[in-house]
Design a protein around this ligand. Structure first.
Ligand SMILES: Cc1cc2nc3c(=O)[nH]c(=O)nc-3n(C[C@H](O)[C@H](O)[C@H](O)COP(=O)(O)O)c2cc1C
Length: 148
């Protein structure tokens, strides 16, 4: 059993909806699961074994404002996260083309640069073809939870 913290980056609620859908699935697999949309530094998540980052994209490939303080702190301080594992779900919209899922991609890079090990492949959810992001995430989490 792992202690999993779901970190949510959202502007209009889709990422939170995905977190709310995945939390009971992970709990059902025997994990202790928390959800936060207010983490601002590594100190806010270091007590957990595994992170699941669920991050939307806004502006032009930008990280949502609620999780931007965390991204900026990790970039600036580069804490050693080599003992940590994380998964990532990026929400975006293909109609934005070059900036598709930019927020989640940036956070993925930041965690990797800090030495954290990604579990599984990044899920990228396209709002233009998938109006219900939790459905795609529910399918993806079946494979991801087996790797935790
Ligand atoms: C103003 C605005 C800008 C957006 N910019 C991008 C973008 O640059 N790239 C992208 O892939 N998606 C972009 N999106 C799509 C959102 O990331 C997508 O709708 C996502 O599901 C929203 O999640 P949220 O409700 O958790 O914020 C944008 C959406 C809005 C409303």
């Amino acid at each position: 059993m792992a202690s999993i913290l779901i970190l949510v980056g959202t502007e209009s609620g889709n990422a939170q909806m995905v977190a709310d859908a995945l939390k009971p699935v992970l709990q059902g697999a025997g994990h202790a699961v928390g959800v936060s949309d207010a983490a601002a530094s590594a100190a806010d998540f270091l007590g957990n074994d595994v992170l699941l980052v669920i991050c939307a994209t806004h502006g032009s490939g930008d990280i949502p404002t609620n999780i931007l303080p965390l991204a900026e702190t990790l970039e600036r301080e580069r804490p050693d996260l080599s003992g940590h594992r994380y998964g990532i779900i990026a929400l975006g919209d293909m109609t934005y083309q070059d900036t598709f899922c930019g927020g989640g991609k940036k956070l993925d890079e930041i965690f990797t640069r800090c030495g954290a090990a990604r579990i599984g492949e990044r899920l990228e959810v396209d709002a233009s073809t998938q109006p219900l992001p939790d459905e795609e995430a529910l399918a993806w989490i079946e494979g991801w939870k087996a790797l935790v």
